[in-house]
Design a protein around this ligand. Structure first.
Ligand code: PEP
Ligand code: MG
Length: 907
């Protein structure tokens, strides 16, 4: 494929990319190019494109595409010229870093190699140039360590153990106390480890004349192998897992950035750090971050040494700090958003190693968006576009009940907001296993690393005893929207024995002990603290009220109880789109329902049971309509198979056998046997396709009659009290128009009768759910006799695919997703085929009845991506669970704004 450009230069006076090229250069490469274009101090380098990584994988076995080696050599020559140094030069060597950088940030998932270009000769050059043998040997041993681990697959612990042995032998406790000779000795020892542990078969090119593997001294070989290792890291297990979790496509590839090294470990006027232009935890307008003097980048994130807050930088390195603040201002002005950065100060000189639009908590995202609108930096439309609906979810996380007196056993950093309660577990694998058993856990670790991802994903919350707010645990937890408390130093964690001691006390947390953590305050409590839902106000309200200005799609709540209705209203629902009445038949009412079902048609027993239900249902509707006064409430008549209300026949059978053996009263036994026969007669092979929905209304008209009576009575009574109830009656699971015609007639007769009895004039719209393909494709017929359609996309997905909604996840969905037969769970995000049926149903329905109201009330109504589809189709509203109402309001606004706002990065 001659002619393809695979490498782009940046810095040192010639830059080929810019920030809009992240799908070519990856996020890191595109932003390095942008900073270089802005004239910021960026060490020069070059970026190999993401597409090259995919070309590498396209060969079998994977291999560099033709021409790549030559292009790299050309760009390396340019870099050497820009720096006035050569890679591997024995007197003044150029050293480079080789880093991954995908189009979307994947923190810590892929590999990095620093100090590349050192060998037995160039290390001498570095000593001469820096006059600092300890620094040079330390850099060389770090390079061998990193390269061997990442490129040559050597177990990293072997190197760490060698360092520990050396410290023991010298009687010192920290790496900093090892001198130049120690580092030189370690370098030799590390080379031995390579010879002992690298397989000659896997790396034949590294086999020396003595038949042993030798650490590569040729710098071109080092570079080629390092670039290849970064390509390979795109497919490592944790990167693949992370992409699956974050829904990042596998075919994007990673870019490789080769960049001249600058050193933060050249003494006390050198430093390295990470920073944010605003506080990413709460959004405050302040410079935020951590730094370490005399250290290399990895030391900050690894949490091995204690970092200093960025606000201390002016005291330590005033000139560099001043320049850094100027860079912060310029980056915010350029990106019109909060940025995060990585920097290094080499002997007083500031260098920028990375920037990107920074990740933040939901609370911070809202505050930053509102502040930036007030500062005139962005528009309201952009503010609304910038908040991701999934982020809002974070704010709907529970908090400790403020009424509860708590006695913290430890306090750490409030690293990711929200509170969580669960059993303590001390490894990622234990967290995953416990979750599979349905247990809620808190993952307790010294500090997490990318291998802990599955456990973090499985846990309710994360607790670490080490690391700061930019540690791995903190960054990943914030991204996942999981509560996290980090750096709770009072905890001495003994992962091997699965316990943590609270220092200075005799409290011990053992595996399985319930603990509570509050990621908003950093508090850790032994035992379960009651949790409460948060109040939604301030910036949250402001952004959502802007969203309401832009959206055209209505948002209702699915609610069956007055409490849910209140919650829905609080979150901004404009009505109830689905009130499932079967949920009102549970608890103590189940016995009445059972006697109603089991009584003979027309019998006094059935009439008595129905009377009792009428009284309680009327009360239910009185409360719900009053709560939703002035807003529509769509009440769905009874839907599920009736035997769901009856005892399990197999359990009953066992009971009978036991009672018989115990010599029970024969009359009682006979009654039980009759009951069993009745229940057995109702069992269906496919209950989801059986006697349910409107088929119940046809078979048992008196049940639907009772429900319509209760709805009408409650509404009439409230009207009499001067209120404004707005019920709508919805008939479920219609497949042929005659079902709806029949039931509509019966419904209207009852409404008329009750309103006459009560002397109140009332009109109650009657509509239907469209949840069967036949209904969707004959929606012109059905629309002619309906006032509204509500698409029941749960059943519509089930019947369109022929997938059982109750079994798919346990049976075959995971394999379908893994093998990419389906891209996602169709019960979560509306499938295109099901969406076509919705679209057809809408069009046909409106052709027959132009006043037809159209909504959706399946789970998809609260899924942001599906909301976009429903907006495009032109529905009037979506209805979803109360907690998802704010997300749906935001998603609906974003759908309306899509295409109208440009230039915003809608993460
Ligand atoms: C549906 O099928 O989408 C629906 C809302 O009804 P239910 O989930 O109660 O079957
Ligand atoms: Mg349904």
């Amino acid at each position: 494929m001659a002619g393809i450009k695979r490498v782009y230069a940046f810095g040192g006076g010639r830059t080929e990319g810019n920030k809009d090229m992240k799908f070519i250069l990856g996020g890191k490469g595109a932003n390095l190019a942008e900073m270089a274009n802005m004239g910021l101090p960026v060490p020069p380098g070059f970026t190999i494109t993401c597409q090259t990584c995919m070309e590498y994988y396209a060969s079998n076995p994977p291999a560099f595409p033709e021409g790549l080696d030559e292009e790299i050599s050309e760009y390396l020559a340019e870099l050497e010229q820009k720096m006035g140094k050569r890679l591997g030069d024995p007197s003044d060597p150029l050293l480079v870093s080789v880093r991954s950088g995908a189009p979307f940030s994947m923190p810590g998932m892929m590999d990095t190699i620093l100090n590349l270009g050192l060998n037995d000769e160039s290390v001498q050059g570095l000593i001469e140039q820096t006059n600092n043998p300890r620094f040079a040997w330390d850099s060389y041993r770090r390079f061998i360590q990193m390269f061997s681990k990442v490129v040559l697959d050597v177990d990293g612990d072997l190197f760490e153990n060698a360092i520990t042995e050396m410290k023991l032998a010298r009687g010192v406790s920290s790496d900093a106390e090892l001198d130049a000779d120690d580092m030189k000795e370690l370098t030799a020892r590390f080379k031995e480890i390579v010879a002992e542990h690298v397989s000659a078969e896997a790396f034949p090119a590294l086999v020396g004349p003595d038949g042993r593997v030798a650490f590569p001294q040729d710098v071109q070989t080092q570079l080629r192998l390092a670039i290849e290792a970064v390509f390979r890291s795109w497919m490592n297990e944790r990167a693949v897992y992370y992409r699956k979790m974050e829904k990042i496509p596998d075919d994007l590839g990673t870019a490789v950035n080769v960049q001249a090294m600058v050193f933060g470990n050249k003494g006390e006027t050198s430093a390295t750090g990470v920073g944010f232009t605003r506080n990413p935890a709460d959004g405050t307008k302040e410079y935020y971050g951590d730094f370490l003097t005399n250290a290399q980048g990895e030391d900050v994130v690894a949490g091995i040494r204690h970092t200093q807050p960025l606000s201390d930088l002016p005291k330590v390195l005033p000139e560099a700090a001043e320049e850094l603040w100027r860079v912060f201002e310029r980056l915010e002005a350029e990106y019109r958003d909060m940025c995060d950065i990585e920097f290094t100060i080499e002997q007083g000189k500031l260098w920028m190693l990375q920037t990107r639009v920074g990740k933040r908590t939901a609370r911070a995202a809202l505050k930053i968006a509102v502040d930036m609108v007030n500062e005139g930096m962005i528009t309201r439309e952009e503010a609304v576009q910038r908040i991701s609906p999934a982020q809002l979810d974070q704010l709907l996380h529970p908090q400790f009940d403020p009424k509860t007196q708590i006695e913290p056993i430890a306090k750490g950093l409030n690293a990711s907001p929200g509170a969580a309660v669960g059993e303590a577990v001390f490894s990622s694998a234990d967290a995953v296993a416990a979750k599979a058993q349905g247990r809620k856990v808190i993952l307790v670790r010294w500090e997490t690393n990318p291998d802990d991802l599955p456990g973090m994903d499985a846990a309710e919350g994360i607790l670490t005893s080490h690391g700061g707010k930019t540690s791995h645990a903190a960054v990943v937890a914030r991204g996942m929207g999981k509560p996290a408390v980090c750096g709770a130093e009072k905890l001495a964690i003994d992962a091997e024995n699965k316990l943590a001691r609270v220092k200075g006390t005799d409290v011990v947390i053992r595996e399985g002990d319930v603990i509570s953590i509050d990621g908003t305050t950093g508090v850790v409590v032994l035992g379960a603290v009651p949790l409460v839902e948060p109040e939604v106000s301030g910036d949250f309200d402001t952004v959502l009220s802007w969203a309401d200005e832009f959206r055209t799609l209505g948002v209702r709540a699915n609610a069956d109880t007055p409490a849910d209705a209140t919650l829905g209203r609080k979150f901004g629902a404009e009505g109830i789109g689905l009130c499932r009445t079967e949920h009102m038949f549970l608890g103590e009412r189940k016995a009445i329902v059972q006697s109603m079902i089991l009584a003979d048609d027309g019998s006094p027993e059935r009439a008595a049971a129905l009377d009792k239900l009428l009284a309680v249902q009327t009360q239910d509707f009185l409360e719900i309509f009053a709560t939703m006064d002035g807003l529509p409430v769509t009440v769905r008549l009874l839907d599920p198979p009736l035997h769901e209300f009856l005892d399990d026949p197999r359990a009953l059978e066992v009971e009978i056998v036991r009672a018989e053996a115990a010599g029970a009263d024969p009359d009682e036994l006979a009654a039980k046997r009759r009951l069993l026969a009745q229940i057995d007669s109702m069992v269906e092979a496919n209950p989801m396709l059986g006697l349910r929905g409107c088929r119940l209304g046809i078979m048992f008209p008196e049940i639907y009659g009772m429900q319509v009576r209760a709805i009408t009575r409650a509404a009439c009574q409230l009207k009499k009290e001067g209120k404004d109830p707005r019920p709508e009656i919805m008939i479920p699971l219609v497949s042929v128009v005659t079902e709806l015609e029949t039931l509509r007639k019966e419904t209207e007769a009852v409404v008329e009768e009750v309103s006459r009895e009560m002397g109140v004039k009332i009109a109650i719209p009657v509509g239907t759910m469209i949840e069967l393909p036949r209904a969707a494709v004959t929606a012109d017929r059905i629309g002619a006799v309906a006032d509204f359609f509500s698409f029941g996309t749960n059943d519509l997905t089930q019947t369109t695919f022929g997938f059982s909604r109750d079994d798919i996840e346990a049976k075959f969905l995971p394999r379908y997703l893994e093998r990419k037969i389906l891209a996602r769970n169709p019960f979560e995000t509306i499938d295109e085929g099901v969406a076509k049926l919705v679209e057809m149903g809408c069009r046909l329905g409106r052709e027959a009845n132009e006043k037809l109201k159209l909504g959706v009330c399946g789970e998809h109504g609260g899924d942001p991506e599906s909301v976009h589809t429903f907006h495009r189709i032109g529905l009037d509203y979506v209805s979803c669970s109360p907690y998802r109402v704010p997300l749906a309001r935001l998603a609906a606004a974003q759908a309306a704004l899509a295409g109208r706002v440009s230039g915003s990065d809608n993460r």
